[in-house]
Design a protein around this ligand. Structure first.
Ligand code: ADP
Ligand code: MG
Length: 704
């Protein structure tokens, strides 16, 4: 055991070009320059870049690397890379192993095939990747050998962002500036920077890879398009935190070891609510690093699953009827002096700075609730949000008993004089210690919940990056702090102004606070009464991106230009439309080529059976007849629905305007897809399993 722990510490970050490694290898002045650039953001001169690149390459070669890649995240949602070897032509002929500073700092992948939402035409292929020196360089070892991966940002010829990283870094800058401004108002003269920390909990499913491959819907779309619930689902709650089976445990061990080597601080693992569903959470890190690390986690989960004869499913809703998978974004702000300013301390009512910040967060979330919801919008996530598990599509904030009480005091009396403390919890068992109860319980149904010293945004789907939501949270909070600071900095009596702004924010935006059951019907009605937006689908949410107040805010803080926002809006529609078009076509394919023909074969078996029985002199063939009648009836509905889906999907494809097309998918294609699914799921329980062409939900979920 001790040896395993030593291994954990010794191998952690083995594949990372860490700060210590750089300190060892780089000339002192170059190392210092790089550290300075990281915190202040100046430009790296070419001489220093050459030195860093050279040492990086030397280190990479020691790790067995032959290639390097600028590793970036285009708006496709998955990471992209183009590999180059370290081989370079030598001056007098022949070749040398070389890696120049300019190759480290800038890359030029052909950008024409990545989504840009019209930011550049296909013939304008130029796009650039630029080294993000704040996220560590690492080596990935796989079938391709060892590759040096350089985290980069991706932008167009005109400098517009073609990825999530650029706006993310811009938004981190925006909140940094505003939060430091706030600290100054509260008398802190020493902190130079405020960083965004995020911890990303990742849910996923594991299924047997042979069975996965027999399901075309899983292969093509990542989720099932048909499937009847097995006799047992998740109703016994016996999977959540249940004993981890040996096969899964062995998978998790390999995932952890891989991640630790790549410097990803994997920490918590457990079974999730649904059968075959699990979770992995690393320790929180600076936002851009945590998001890069989440990409490494997704990749590692997939790769390790394959090596274990399994498939890792990251879709938000792989199976209807059991919980889908999310990605929780735990967000906080920490100063360069190491203080988490989202931590209220033991007596929040006395912590004026915290209450001020909290009031700004409440205002930000209320004002931009629709935009926040949009940051988690995706065709797959539409199947999950509000489906009795993940949070509803209505954004609200859960503060917990203690803060709620302090806010209530402020709203009702203008003063907060006390904080509820957690009383002692008596276990009633002599051999068990009594302990202090937390001052606040948890609320799992809230999309935006305060959890002690951070906020947890729970809407994002499992396969998507939390970059979008982090960009939104950073910027909306930056805006609210900035508006408040504008007032306070001008005021004669600053203390009074702070107090007034804090109380006013709470009064004006209290409608977004909600502590009840977010899954209930009553809440949806109550939310409507309060005027909170309920954007049920992606198509309803996308317009939030280009609302006037959104554009104004993002432009003010230099996070997105209007052009970039319009491009993102376009891309989101396109992505939605393509996803649904593929779903519809796969449904048609499976129903038409596999299910309906198999059911027809089975009806022949029944019909033959009836004839044989009659020929043998049995008069009562009523069971077979009834089955045949029922199956035939559902078969007919399925066939009719299939034909209608083909027609309607073809019609969808003729619509040119992306928004109108998306609306058509939402209003016509999706209902027709459900109309096809219904009779087919009925047929699944009527037809002999030997005649059913795909593994069932039960086979997938309970027999990994
Ligand atoms: P739960 O499932 O109870 O929400 P977990 O422990 O599974 O909690 O995950 C919580 C996540 O929040 C982890 O990634 C953790 O590192 C992260 N986290 C903890 N403290 C902070 C903080 N101050 N800021 C951001 N993230 C944090
Ligand atoms: Mg959580």
């Amino acid at each position: 055991m001790r040896q395993m722990n030593d291994n954990l510490i010794n191998t952690f970050g083995e594949y990372v070009f860490t700060d210590e490694e750089m300190k060892k290898r780089l000339p002192y002045a170059v190392y210092n320059k790089l550290m300075e650039i990281r915190s202040t953001g100046a430009e790296l001169d070419s001489a220093s870049a050459d030195v860093i690149a050279h040492e990086m390459k030397e280190w990479a070669i020691e790790q067995g690397c032959t290639h390097y890649t600028h590793w970036f995240h285009p708006l496709t949602g998955v990471s992209a890379e183009k590999h180059d070897s370290f081989l370079s032509p030598a001056k007098g002929g022949g070749y040398i192993i070389n890696f120049a500073g300019k190759e480290l700092c800038k890359g030029e992948p052909d950008a024409s095939s990545f989504p840009s939402g019209g930011l550049r035409a296909t013939f304008e292929a130029r796009g650039y990747t630029a080294w993000d020196c704040t996220s560590p360089v690492f080596v990935r070892k796989d079938a391709a050998g060892a590759t040096l991966c350089i985290p980069t940002a991706f932008y167009s010829y005109n400098g517009e962002a073609l990825d999530q990283k650029i706006p993310l870094l811009r938004s981190m800058d925006a909140i940094d500036r505003q939060a430091v401004r706030m600290l100054r108002i509260f008398g802190n003269t020493t902190a130079k920077k405020v960083n965004v920390s995020i911890g990303i909990e990742q849910e996923y499913f594991l299924v047997d890879s042979k069975k996965f491959k027999q399901r075309k819907d899983l292969v093509y779309t990542g989720h099932t398009l048909f499937g009847h619930m097995p006799p047992k689902g998740q109703e016994m709650d016996d999977h959540y935190f249940g004993m981890i089976r040996q096969k899964i445990a062995s998978f998790m061990k390999d995932v952890n070891v891989e991640l630790w080597k790549m410097g990803v601080p994997a920490k918590t693992q457990h079974n999730e609510v649904a059968p075959a569903q699990h979770e992995l959470a690393p320790i929180f890190e600076q936002a851009n690093i945590a998001i890069d690390h989440n990409q490494i986690i997704l990749h590692t989960l997939r790769r390790t699953a394959s090596a274990h004869g399994m498939k890792c499913i990251l879709h938000e809703k792989p199976f209807a009827g059991v919980n889908g998978s999310g990605k929780h974004n735990n967000w906080s702000l920490v100063t360069d002096e190491g203080k988490n300013i989202v931590d209220p301390g033991k007596t929040p009512h006395e912590n004026k700075q915290f209450l001020f910040l909290l009031s700004c967060i409440v205002k930000a979330v209320d004002k931009h609730a629709g935009l926040l919801r949009e940051s988690a919008a995706d065709a797959g996530n539409d199947l999950r949000l509000g489906a009795d598990e993940a949070p509803p599509a209505v954004v609200s904030i859960f503060l917990g008993e203690q803060l709620e009480d302090v806010v209530k005091q402020l709203i009702e009396t203008g003063e907060a004089t006390h904080s509820i403390t957690g009383e002692v919890l008596h276990t009633g068992v002599r051999s068990l210690p009594d302990f202090n109860k937390d001052a606040t319980d948890r609320n799992r149904t809230s999309p935006f919940a305060f959890t002690g010293n951070k906020f947890e945004f729970r809407m994002v789907g499992a396969k998507n990056s939390v970059a979008e939501s982090t960009i939104v949270i950073n910027t909306i909070v930056a805006e609210a702090i900035s508006e408040a600071c504008d007032i306070i900095e001008k005021a004669e009596d600053k203390d009074k102004a702070i107090h007034n702004v804090t109380v006013r924010n709470f009064i004006e935006h209290q409608r977004v606070l909600f502590a009840g059951n977010g899954y209930s019907e009553e809440w949806i009605k109550e939310a409507e009464r309060r005027g909170l937006p309920n954007l049920a689908t992606t198509v309803d949410a996308i317009p939030e991106l280009t609302k006037e107040q959104t554009i104004k805010m993002f432009e003010k803080f230099g996070v997105f230009s209007e052009n970039e926002l319009r491009a993102r809006e376009e891309m989101k529609y396109e992505n939605y439309n393509k996803t649904l078009n593929i779903d519809a076509r796969v449904m048609v394919d499976i129903a038409g080529k596999h299910i309906i023909p198999s059911v027809i074969k089975y009806t022949k078996v029944l019909a033959d059976d009836i004839n044989s029985l009659r020929a043998a002199g049995f008069e009562d063939t009523s069971v077979q007849e009834e089955m045949l009648e029922r199956i035939n009836r559902h078969l007919k509905s399925a066939y009719t629905a299939l034909k209608a889906l083909v027609v309607i999907d073809e019609k969808a494809n003729t619509i040119e305007n992306a928004k109108e097309q998306a609306e058509f998918y939402r209003d016509h294609v999706i209902p027709q897809m459900s109309a096809l699914r219904k009779p087919i799921d009925r047929l699944e329980i009527l037809v002999d399993k030997d005649y059913w062409s795909m593994p069932s939900y039960g086979d997938l979920l309970f027999d990994v």
